[in-house]
Design a protein. Structure first.
Length: 383
């Protein structure tokens, strides 16, 4: 049965029996009223017209049919010259149902306009935009909310799903391109900093080294690194490498300035505690990411998780090797100190400098893609 059609019997202003057909035009918000006198017509003819009309079929009305157009905003659906006895309740219910139908059509128009705006913005993008992603995600969630309340038909839902999936697919491609660009830029920055640190390593060991200038270089490197938009794992490694140079300079300076073994031991203990702290955090991070492998949403997230685990394992192995070297050096210094005099119980020096935290990225790349994939998954499961 067509929701925008209604037919019944009534009386005209001469109290003649008539057939009345109402049809709502949702786009124009007008009602087309057709009526004709039924005298001389067989009941079978009238019933056939009624059945076809309310089912939405094309109907050939009698030649004496009168057609009137009315605005839905008028007080009554019917002209004053038409009376329908005993069906005021049905007409009132019809008016309420058509009001809802028009509001629902208006809602669909608003959703369509918002969807077109999102599609245009997404098509103009040259790089991934988290703002457009969030806007598309919020739009789809709003559509699903109305679907739960049965205010959007399955046909309209299917249309919105297909269109918004197209937006998400486009954003995914831009995200993947962004990941590749960030990988390339991260590797370039890593090589640049590694070369600078290698140069510093050489100069630290040179006779007559100028520690102040090297320290200024390290500070400048830290400041620059904070502004670089590179992968978080690489940024953390570079921060750790810079910090280790600070520790080496302190040890080297104490040695050249004739510092006693206890001073060197204190410095090594401080470096040992700091490195152990970061090592423990890396192991915790490795355990967390290893567990996450069982809950990945797609192949790309799996690859990112595995890549991160590889980086963490390399970092842990490197730190454990450095820890072993520091402990070995510490044992030698302690033995040398004990051979001269029994040292006083060293004061436990807490790590006064926290691990350098990388600049927060708006959303972690892997998690964002997982969310995006999750959105697409939820779309597929709506039907």
């Amino acid at each position: 049965m067509a929701k925008n059609r209604f037919a019944t019997s009534g009386l005209n202003q001469k109290d003649e029996a008539i057939f009345v057909a109402l049809e709502l035009n949702v786009n124009s918000m007008n009602i087309e009223v057709k009526h004709f006198t039924t005298s001389g017509m067989k009941d079978e003819e009238i019933d056939l017209i009624l059945k076809k009309f309310v089912s939405g079929e094309d109907v050939e009305f009698p030649v004496n049919t009168i057609i009137e157009n009315r605005s839905f905003t008028e007080e009554s659906l019917l002209p004053d010259n038409i009376k329908i006895e005993g069906k005021s309740g049905a007409i009132r219910q019809l008016q309420n149902e058509w009001s809802y139908l028009l509001l629902n059509a208006k809602l669909f128009e608003q959703f369509n306009a918002q969807l077109e705006d999102i599609k245009i913005k997404a098509a103009e993008l040259k790089h991934f935009s988290s703002d457009i992603f969030e806007e598309a995600k919020e739009f789809w969630e709003k559509v699903l909310d109305y679907k739960k309340e049965r205010e959007i038909s399955q046909e309209k839902l299917a249309y919105f799903k297909e269109e918004i999936n197209g937006v998400f697919d486009h954003l995914k491609k831009l995200k993947e391109s962004l990941l590749r660009e960030k990988d390339a830029s991260s590797e370039k920055i890593r090589q640049e900093f590694s070369e600078l640190l290698t140069s510093i390593d050489t100069r630290i060991e040179v006779q007559g080294v100028h520690f102040k200038s090297i320290l200024e270089e390290l500070k400048a490197m830290q400041s620059k690194l904070r502004t670089e938009d590179i992968k978080r794992d690489i940024k953390n490694i570079l921060f750790d490498d810079i910090q280790s140079r600070y520790d080496r300079i302190k040890l080297r300076r104490d040695t050249l300035m004739g510092g006693v073994n206890n001073s060197r031991i204190d410095g090594l203990n401080l470096a040992l505690a700091r490195m152990q702290k970061t090592l423990d955090m890396d192991k915790k991070d490795l355990d967390y990411n290893s567990k996450k492998l069982d809950y990945v949403n797609n192949k790309l997230e799996l690859q990112l998780r595995e890549a991160k685990i590889k980086v963490l394992k390399d970092r842990i192995a490197s730190k454990e090797e450095k820890l072993a070297d520091i402990q070995k050096t510490l044992q030698k210094l302690t033995k040398r100190s004990n051979s001269k005099e029994k040292p006083a119980t060293p004061e436990v020096i807490p790590a006064t400098q926290d691990i350098v935290k990388p600049i927060e990225v708006p959303v972690i790349i892997a998690d964002e893609l997982a969310d995006l994939s999750g959105v697409s998954d939820s779309i597929d499961k709506t039907e």
